[in-house]
Design a binder for this molecule. Structure first.
Ligand code: M6R
Length: 585
């Protein structure tokens, strides 16, 4: 989940790498570092966020036209300077950054220590620098040594390495993202497209088990397993612009991305679902696999499919391997990043068992887009804040369109065109939500409740709140309260009721009354007078078709979490312990 960049070209490498690292800091932000190669290898690194490290270290002192950089999300070893990347071998001539987990690191480290290698960090990455040193002793062609070392590694990785006095940068990937940016007289490696968008929009997406080397004007691709050089692939041009990955005057990416929903909801409705419909038509059973916010989108898709008379379920990516596989199933994998390890493992498992996979992702060239049999892009544009906001509503728009097209409900797809205008009405009441957030920020525990399609929305609302405020928030199907959670209610505990008017409204009103009887304080997000009249705090929602309510009702919950985080002095873009794409299991 770490951020990686590499640059080779005519410009000052440390400047490009620092700017690129800032653009991928959402992938991990507990430490950062840069190495450049000139007549020798020079490294600067420290623990902390880049902005704080910059106050202590002057990266501009690193002179040279090729370099590599890293922002870390710790897996092996605590957060400190020694464990920050880049890492070197015993000679200091080989330098390396890494994303992923080397599973056989302990054995390899032991073997290298027996050969006399001295380690200065607790990371699995440093082992790889020493392994490269060892392999280079056997074969001075560094590409060969690099391939031999990578071949010995088990686990997940994207590696980017340099050797002193060598005019190339080397990389390899397995189960972790890595792209090669192809510029004019300059080349890049990056873990994500936004890292290098200001310099190029042409990318070669490294495939599973593939290695590459770049010079300023050329590149070569290799297969790690057999070590053979592969044919060059034509770079893919992406239509994301650098501006899309900027804050554009907003205090945080999260609030920018929440507001973008007035256009992304419309954009995503234009997604071409044709391939998906073709694939799903053949399915006897449809299983959606996803994690986190994408899983909640999947829960709603499952309901939409069931309403369309299709047999369907939705499983967490990390739980899919426990044999829930059914014959003639089509698997729909939903992932904003397209790189989530748990989801990709489920995809691979499904494919091994003969199932076809439909990917729903936001990222062109992502692992999911390449491994799925067909892929639909949600078209939300780059999402930089660690927490998912606009990607959730875009996923819902695409998944609804898919389910409704499959059910031949064209009129309903047509009605979805009103949604972006309704989202705009909700967003125009941002200040109202901010005021409500100020009132709620002193509370410590939150219960989100909803019935039917509003239950996944409650789950998402609670997830958003806990992710960025670090407050305790749980979501319950409202009818479940009386089966246990009611015992937790104490005077003043906020119950956030997600309550669009629908057939379940009378029952939800009863559930609210049960909470009030235990002195809980109810905050209703609703368009129903019956609900609103019961609430102590309320946010009055515009009218929306009950079936589409999840796409709209999640917006005030995103705003609530955002404003509470800001009020509590937390950074909503970079919540502690989290990273944007979770590429480890
Ligand atoms: O990239 P993906 O959609 O596969 O990511 C799945 C989850 O890791 C992600 O939704 C996570 O839960 C976010 N932090 C939610 O805000």
């Amino acid at each position: 989940m770490c951020g990686i960049t590499g640059y080779i070209g005519p410009k000052k490498a440390s400047e490009i790498i620092l700017a690129s690292l800032k653009r991928v800091e959402y992938r991990g932000y507990d430490s950062a570092g840069i190495a450049v190669s000139n007549s020798k290898i020079e490294i600067m690194k420290d623990a902390g966020k880049i902005a704080d490290i910059e106050k202590k270290l002057d990266f501009s002192k690193l002179e040279g036209n090729m370099g590599i950089g890293h922002t870390r999300w710790a897996t092996h070893g605590t957060v400190n300077t020694q464990n920050a990347h880049p890492h070197t071998d015993c000679t200091g001539k080989i330098v390396l950054v890494h994303n992923g987990i080397i599973e056989n690191f302990a054995e390899l480290k032991e073997e290298l220590e027996e050969k006399g290698h001295k380690f200065s960090s607790e990371t699995d990455t440093e082992m790889m620098a020493h392994l490269l040193e060892e392999e280079e002793r056997k074969q001075p062609d560094f590409m060969r040594a690099f391939l031999a070392a990578v071949k010995r590694v088990e686990g997940s990785y994207s590696f980017v390495a340099m050797r002193q006095g060598d005019g190339r940068i080397y990389a390899a990937r397995k189960s972790c993202p890595l792209v090669m940016g192809v510029g004019k007289g300059e080349m890049f490696f990056a873990s994500d497209i936004p890292a290098v968008l200001p310099y190029t929009r042409d990318f070669v997406f490294l495939e599973e088990g593939e290695a590459a080397s770049i010079s300023a004007s050329d590149y070569a691709l290799y297969e790690v397993k057999g070590g053979k050089e592969k044919e060059k692939r034509k770079p893919t041009h992406v239509d994301w612009t650098p501006q899309m990955a900027q804050k554009e005057g907003h205090a945080h990416f999260m609030i920018k991305e929440i507001f973008e929903q007035q256009s992304t909801i419309r954009q995503s409705l234009a997604a071409d679902v044709g391939e998906g419909v073709k694939l799903l038509k053949k399915a006897k059973f449809i299983t959606t696999v996803a994690c986190g916010t994408s899983y909640y989108a999947g829960l709603l898709f499952k309901e939409m499919l069931r309403q369309a008379g299709r047999r369907s379920d939705c499983v967490l990516g990390s739980e899919y391997l426990s044999g829930i596989y059914e014959r003639d199933t089509i698997v729909v994998a939903v992932s904003q990043s397209g790189e989530t390890a748990d989801t990709l493992n489920a995809v691979r498992y499904a494919k091994e068992h003969g199932a076809s996979v439909l990917g729903i992702t936001n990222v062109v060239g992502s692992s999911l887009s390449r491994e799925a049999d067909a892929c639909i892009y949600i078209g939300a544009g780059p999402e930089i804040a660690v927490v998912a906001t606009k990607s959730f509503t875009s996923q819902l728009v695409v998944l609804y369109k898919l389910a409704l097209t499959l059910a031949k409900k064209k009129d309903m797809v047509e009605r979805m065109k009103d949604l972006s205008a309704i989202a705009e009405i909700v967003l125009s009441k941002n200040e109202e939500i901010r005021a409500l957030a100020e009132k709620l920020a002193a509370k410590k525990d939150f219960f989100f409740i909803g019935r039917g399609l509003s239950f996944p929305v409650a789950l998402e609302g609670a997830l958003k709140l806990k992710e960025i405020t670090y407050l305790h928030a749980e979501a319950y199907a409202a009818g479940e309260l009386k089966h246990g959670p009611l015992s937790l209610l104490e005077s003043g505990i906020p119950i956030i009721a997600i309550a669009p008017s629908d057939a379940s409204t009378p029952k939800l009103v009863s559930n609210i009354k049960e909470c009030k009887a235990r002195n809980a304080s109810v905050f209703a997000v609703s368009d129903s007078d019956a609900v609103l009249r019961e609430a102590e705090l309320k946010f009055v929602m515009p009218q929306v078709d009950a079936v589409f309510a999840p796409i709209i009702y999640v917006i005030p919950l995103q705003l609530l979490a955002y404003h509470m985080a800001v009020k509590l002095g937390k950074d909503p873009d970079k919540p502690r312990n989290l990273a944007k794409s979770v590429t480890v299991e």
